[in-house]
Design a protein around this ligand. Structure first.
Ligand code: D41
Length: 676
């Protein structure tokens, strides 16, 4: 059956429109339309392709979801070797580099291009007639691994190029990396699911790219900057590196906005100092800058030695690891009383920042690394994550140094510290009697996904709790402008703003309110399911453990936590206080008519295991949005949600050309505002 011409045209229109908006977003950093509009266009394309699967092409923007796992990566021989970069560790080495280059070329002052040196993974992307046909890791420079399905999932990498004079064959080189924000989000998710925590964005990027299952890669926040051209079948390319980068950008390749043309070694060093000073403001980690001779004919004349070009050099920032000494080991108390050991360190500069403490995560971690007071340790600061102790330097331990033992009472409130069987963390049993837990509880209450009180930061909360102005969340609603203005670093204006933010938070929703309570085991998703199931706070408060357990995905442990929470007089008082102060939400069970039902009429099928929620919960949440959830795939299925280890339903969905959502896509669908 052939497709109507109008459909073929519409599909191509949608693809080029989506490509265009992807380009505005990733390359020009200047989006023209809101994400919701992009999603709407994508949804239409997904629908049309599902109806006409014979029209699907691999360069379609819908085809970035990953493919079935490979048994192993194939080896790729690079068309041109991927050279490495020589390093300069101080300014003198850069001055020497520039002198050598000028002497060889017999030129008195050179034009260079200065680029940030991204801390990611070098890759080669091959385009044939402007269409991405291969992605490979650098490997040893001669041979790398074929990671084509993986790179196809990275939205910053165009699946096809646009514009004039695109070489028939073009090999683009660049760096795949993770932004610091993406890295933090990924680690948060990994932590919640009890999975591996990555040490830094580079490791996270490497681990995410080298996945045999590219659907895993698709769920990771990888991105890309291009820094050059490898092989190319076209002799009309610009003869200056800077112009080549501009040309690549016009074809759709993302180029760092920090790339600059500079003159002479002075220009190089000036660029270095300025970027080093702004380093922490960048969205991504860099470990130095790269200087490249701009003119291609000069590059050719200089050639290369020992697999590194003579025309480029990496000027590295000072190392991000340093040696220092552990002064004491103390502990910090979290919202749920979790006790985290923290090493206080002899102040040391790590990558330009003074570090005085490092987290040790938990008792087991301290034992594994065997960190003791007085030890000389290697500390690492990756990006702006909390510094950590990499290892103890053996042989420098002071005689008599004793292993660290967790305190038996909380350092803040002197309550007993308890460790439940099978739990890695020990906890202070003081509950909200403990000022540390109180501070954290208030912070959680005010956080963006909870009551969303802007301006209630750590320093403010600390003062409010220490000064006795705020003991519980309800006290926030009794604060006066005078009280706030009297705090350190709070002027009239910021007190006014904070009061307004507190006032604004009174109009909330039941799920947000439940999440804000900080009940153990009740995250955002559970709060939503509870609110939906019980319909009102009163009904939830009255629920017995047995009826709580009948709620999808609530097991005996969380049911008990919820039950106990509402039985405590203290919690009842706080809730009453909040309601008396005017905190409220639309009451009664939300009838279908009141709720927006964006997925109304759509049929979903779930397969495999989701990491963030159980199948029942996923079903409830889809139904809340109006969708129908069926148990088997048919031609009437609109979407299949595939978790880990999906069953035969996935193959069936593919054969019908039904769009498949991975977990991230699914979560984005449930809460489009969450993917910020
Ligand atoms: O940002 C980078 N990591 C970066 C790496 C860059 N901006 N430019 C680079 N240029 C080269 C040459 C000059 C050899 C084409 C590089 C690399 N190479 C490179 N990355 C990994 C090994 C070599």
């Amino acid at each position: 059956m052939s497709a109507p011409v109008a459909i073929v045209r519409r599909i191509e229109f949608l693809r080029s429109t989506l490509d265009h908006h992807n380009y505005r977003y990733y390359v020009l950093d200047d989006p023209e339309i809101p994400d919701s509009e992009y999603d709407r266009l994508m949804a239409e394309l997904v629908r049309l392709e599902a109806a006409y699967p014979q029209l699907i092409i691999s360069a379609s923007p819908t085809q970035r979801v990953g493919a079935s796992p490979l048994p192993a990566f194939n080896e790729v021989k690079h068309r041109m070797p991927m050279l490495s970069l020589a390093n300069a560790f101080d300014e003198q080495e850069v001055i020497d580099f520039d002198r050598r280059v000028r002497e060889r070329l017999g030129i008195s002052e050179l034009a260079y291009v200065a680029e940030p040196k991204l801390d990611g993974l070098a890759v080669s992307l091959v385009y044939e007639d402007g269409v991405l046909i291969q992605g490979a890791t650098r490997g040893d420079g001669t041979r790398g691994e074929d990671v084509t399905p993986n790179v196809r999932t990275i939205r910053a990498i165009p699946l096809r190029l646009h514009g004039q004079d695109i070489p028939r064959l073009l090999e683009v080189r660049g760096e795949i990396y993770m932004t610091r924000d993406g890295f933090r989000r990924l680690n948060d998710e990994q932590m919640k699911r009890g999975e591996k925590i990555f040490a830094n964005p580079r490791n996270a990027a490497a681990g995410s790219l080298r996945q045999l299952d590219s659907r895993v890669t698709a769920s990771r926040p990888l991105t890309f900057f291009c820094y050059g051209i490898g092989a190319a079948e076209n002799d009309r390319l610009p003869q200056r590196h800077f112009e080549r980068l501009q040309r690549l950008k016009a074809w759709g390749m993302p180029i760092s906005s920090e790339v600059a043309e500079v003159r002479g070694v002075d220009g190089c060093l000036k660029y270095y100092r300025s970027l080093a000073a702004r380093r922490n403001e960048l969205a991504y980690d860099i470990d130095g800058v790269v200087y490249k001779v701009d003119a291609l004919d000069s590059q050719a004349a200089l050639g290369s030695v020992a697999r590194a070009p003579r025309w480029a050099i990496a000027h590295k920032f000072p190392a991000e690891e340093a040696l220092t000494q552990v002064l004491t080991i103390g502990v910090q108390v979290g919202r749920t009383g979790a006790i985290t050991p923290v090493a206080r360190l002899q102040a040391v500069q790590v990558g330009g920042v003074t570090v005085t403490s490092a987290t040790l995560h938990n008792q087991a971690e301290v034992e594994r690394k065997d960190v003791r007071v007085g030890d000389t340790v290697v500390v690492r600061r990756a990006g702006d994550v909390i510094p950590e102790i990499v290892r103890v330097v053996p042989g420098r331990r002071l005689p008599g140094a004793r292993p660290f033992v967790l305190p038996t009472v909380c350092p803040e409130c002197h309550s007993e510290v308890v460790q439940a069987d099978g739990e890695a963390v020990a906890r202070c049993s003081g509950g909200l009697f403990c000022p540390a837990q109180r501070r954290q509880a208030i912070r959680h209450f005010a956080s963006r996904r909870a009551m969303d009180i802007e301006g209630l930061g750590e320093k403010v909360v600390e003062q409010l709790v220490a000064g006795g102005l705020v003991r519980t969340a309800a006290d926030l609603y009794q604060l006066t402008k005078e009280q706030l203005a009297a705090l350190e670093r709070m002027g009239d204006k910021s007190s006014e703003n904070l009061l307004q933010a507190i006032e604004k938070s009174k109009a909330t929703t039941l799920p947000r309110f439940l999440y804000a309570m900080g009940i153990r085991g009740v995250g955002e998703a559970t709060a939503q399911v509870l609110a939906h199931h019980f319909g009102s706070l009163e009904a939830l408060q009255a629920a017995q453990v047995e009826s709580l357990q009948t709620v999808p995905d609530i097991g005996p442990v969380v049911a008990q936590h919820i039950f106990s929470f509402f039985r405590q007089a203290h919690n009842q008082e706080v809730i009453q206080g909040l309601r008396d102060a005017g905190v409220s939400w639309a009451s009664g069970p939300q009838t279908p008519a009141q709720r927006p039902r964006p997925l109304s009429g759509k049929t979903f099928v779930l397969t495999g295991t989701l990491k963030s929620m159980g199948r029942e919960q996923a079903k409830v949440r889809l139904e809340l949005l109006g969708a129908r959830v069926a148990s088997s795939v048919s031609r009437n299925t609109d979407f299949v949600v595939a978790g880990a280890d999906p069953g035969s339903k996935l193959g069936k969905a593919r054969s019908f050309g039904i769009p498949i959502l991975d977990e991230e896509g699914f979560l984005g669908l449930l809460d489009p505002s969450a993917s910020s």
